[in-house]
Design a protein around this ligand. Structure first.
Ligand SMILES: Nc1ncnc2c1ncn2[C@@H]1O[C@H](COP(=O)(O)OP(=O)(O)OP(=O)(O)O)[C@@H](O)[C@H]1O
Ligand SMILES: [Mg+2]
Length: 162
């Protein structure tokens, strides 16, 4: 599997969305190449998004959805916590979560976090993923969004090695 690593500055929301789209296209290609046996072992493809309010997590997620061919508008899930979209021409889903308002284990259980993360073939994008604490899957892609004092947006991507 190829690695997603590195840090970039995006000069606009469009650039951030384009990066999300690119990652989705790469992951979708990889997913299509996995045979059923491997798919049985991997669970969902999980991408954890970290960063302060307004740093670009939802913007990235919107581009990601486009990369999967999802044409419906991706809304911020803030009040609903999780939204599910069908990936075009597949039986897979994109789950978009925003855990900002999640208090603890009970809330995570109520949204069915274990079932979502176990949904092999599907994609899970999690804003405020640090709220998962011990529920964080070992195999995941972590993405940090930062806005520097000069207002410049930076995105750092790392894939866990397991
Ligand atoms: N380079 C950039 N990348 C991403 N967003 C940018 C950039 N430059 C400006 N913006 C603006 O910053 C805002 C990012 O908002 P977004 O909803 O994506 O943040 P968020 O991290 O999801 O916040 P929240 O934690 O509240 O959900 C948008 O208004 C976007 O237009
Ligand atoms: Mg958001």
């Amino acid at each position: 599997m190829m690695d997603f690593e590195g840090e970039v500055r995006t000069k606009s929301a469009q650039e951030t969305a384009a990066l999300g789209k690119e990652l989705a296209i790469q992951l979708k290609t990889q997913n299509a190449e996995l045979n059923d046996q491997k798919r049985g072992q991997v669970g969902a493809t999980t991408i954890c998004l970290y960063g302060e309010l307004g740093s670009g997590k939802t913007t990235f997620a919107q581009g990601f959805a486009k990369g999967l061919g999802i044409t419906s508008r991706l809304l911020s899930p803030t009040f609903i916590i999780v939204r599910r979209y069908q990936v075009s021409n597949t039986s897979d889903f994109l789950y978009h979560l925003d855990l900002y308002r999640v208090g603890g284990e009970k809330d995570l259980y109520d949204i069915g976090i274990a079932e979502i993360l176990a949904d092999t073939g599907s994609y899970v994008l999690i804003e405020w993923a640090e709220k998962l604490t011990k529920n964080l899957p070992e195999k995941r892609i972590d993405i940090w969004f930062t806005v520097r004092e000069n207002g410049k947006h930076h995105i750092k991507i790392r894939q866990t090695k397991i």
